[in-house]
Write a protein that binds this ligand. Structure first.
Ligand code: UDX
Length: 444
């Protein structure tokens, strides 16, 4: 076991997965949370959320005594050398981020540092807009500890780039590590933790690190929206946008990544982070014309699927039975945050369609959060039974495995409206007798 000890505050997605990765690298780790039931469950190896390959890795580090949970933030600071702030930063109605959890743990850390003799480094990992570490977290730390940054304690910002569904891989084998440091001493402590992580490591100022996270997510969201706009145009020319993007993505300056046109981006990061950056820009008097457009296109894009469904139904959706396949914001997760299935369902219901939805993992979450009328099917095939139209919102494997035969034998009329280019060979499905329409497909 390595000498340096780590605490992480916040037993959410970022705190637990990052903590597990540090423990895998042989550090002794404590993860804290204010909710005691989460801590109790963790002791028996039960994670509070689903993530691929996570449970077995978590159990392993718990059994080896490398990772423990606690509700005691002060003890966690006292017993460790570096503390990561990993609490949530939920969106406010105006798009800005709510810092109340951040402020509460900063206060706890500051108070605990008051009577700690040894040098300690505080690291922000939560996603916060530029200047938040310096303008919000630092004053709280100094006020409650009575100590001075750079002399008595260190301060860093270390953004996370975890993708849901691949977060365990991303935490163990990141493609880069960004260290925003108050001073060299703070950064040196953090770089020690990442010593045996084999990837480029970038040392920058704290506000630069904060900005890198938002810029990366805003750019990826922009790439998706760009592909979506090209898709809508390609449809009018009867061109397959996926062929176009293959040709475009082969340019190494562009790359094929995040050019998959579809129903738009959802999830816990892209919509929230772009909104937060726009709101932060506004607060400092900067106009964000491009990012405003990225968000606007993302609102109208899912409705394109409803337009295509309407077109296939001869102009009227009222009374039509629609199978809505895929409710999660992307495959391999039960997360429905900002899923494009919600605007699709709303528009279908508004137009009088009867919707039967299905998702392999996300139905419980969807049921709990969405109150629009929808019947829930037990399988993709059950959702298709007797349907007039099938709309695909998430490209789950179970949905990819559906064949032209399934659509023909189960549906009243075999019409598929694909929001995620789910099938490798749409032309094959068309040739087998299915009416196939899709985002960026040759729909004319
Ligand atoms: C994202 C970032 O990738 C990650 O680095 C960051 O830390 C958190 O946000 P995540 O939200 O888990 O990760 O999912 P991602 O795979 O990036 O997809 C986000 C959304 O964009 C999904 O709704 C997905 O369907 C959509 N998407 C993605 C597209 O529509 N087209 C693409 O080409 C890629």
């Amino acid at each position: 076991m390595k000498e340096l000890k780590i605490s992480l505050m916040g037993m959410g997605y970022v705190g637990l997965i990052t903590g597990m990765a540090f423990a895998k690298h042989d550090f002794k780790v404590v993860v804290t949370d204010a909710i005691s039931s989460k801590v109790e469950k963790l002791a028996s190896g039960i994670p509070p959320f689903y993530e691929k390959n996570f449970e077995e890795n978590l159990k392993d580090v718990i059994e080896r005594g490398l990772l423990t949970g606690s509700t005691d933030n002060a003890a966690a600071v006292h017993d460790t050398d570096v503390t990561f702030i990993c609490v949530g930063t939920p969106s406010r109605p105006d798009g800005s981020i709510d810092l109340s959890y951040i402020e509460a743990v900063a206060k706890d850390i500051g108070t605990a540092l008051k009577d700690k003799k040894k040098y300690h480094v505080v690291v922000t990992k939560s996603t916060i807009v530029p200047m938040t570490t310096e303008k919000v977290i630092l004053p709280i730390l100094e006020e409650h500890s009575g100590k001075k940054v750079g002399e008595d304690f260190g301060l860093c910002m270390n953004p996370e780039f975890l993708r849901e569904g691949a977060a365990v891989h991303d935490a163990l084998k990141p493609d880069r590590i960004v260290i925003g440091q108050w001073d060299k001493k703070s950064g040196d402590a953090l770089i020690k933790i990442y010593d045996d992580f084999n990837c480029p490591k970038l040392r920058v100022s704290i506000r630069t690190a904060e900005m890198i996270k938002y810029t990366a997510n805003s750019f990826l969201a922009t790439k998706i929206t760009f592909a979506n706009e090209m898709a809508n145009l390609c449809e009018r020319y009867n061109i397959d946008v996926y062929d176009v993007m293959k040709g475009v993505g082969l340019d190494f300056r562009i790359s094929e990544q995040f050019l998959r046109a579809g129903a738009g981006f959802g999830g816990s990061c892209f919509p929230k982070d772009v909104h937060a950056l726009v709101s932060s820009a506004k607060s400092v008097g900067v106009q964000t014309q491009l990012l405003d457009a990225v968000l606007a296109v993302n609102e109208t894009q899912p409705l394109r699927l409803v337009e295509l469904a309407k077109q296939a139904a001869g102009g009227v959706l009222k009374g039509k039975e629609v199978a809505l396949l895929g409710l999660a914001f992307k495959p391999d997760t039960d997360d429905i945050r900002e899923t494009r299935a919600v605007p699709i369902l709303n528009a279908l219901v508004e137009q009088g369609a009867k919707v039967r939805g299905y998702d392999p993992e996300a139905m419980e979450n969807f049921k709990a959060a969405v109150d629009k009328p929808m019947v829930y099917a037990k399988s993709a095939k059950e959702a298709l039974e007797g349907a007039d139209i099938c709309i695909i919102q998430t490209e789950w494997n179970e949905i990819k495995e559906l064949t032209a035969e399934d659509f023909k034998s189960l549906m009243k009329t075999p019409v598929v409206v694909d929001g995620r280019r789910t099938f490798d060979d749409p032309q094959g499905i068309i040739d087998a007798g299915v009416k196939y329409l899709g985002i960026g497909w040759k729909n004319e």
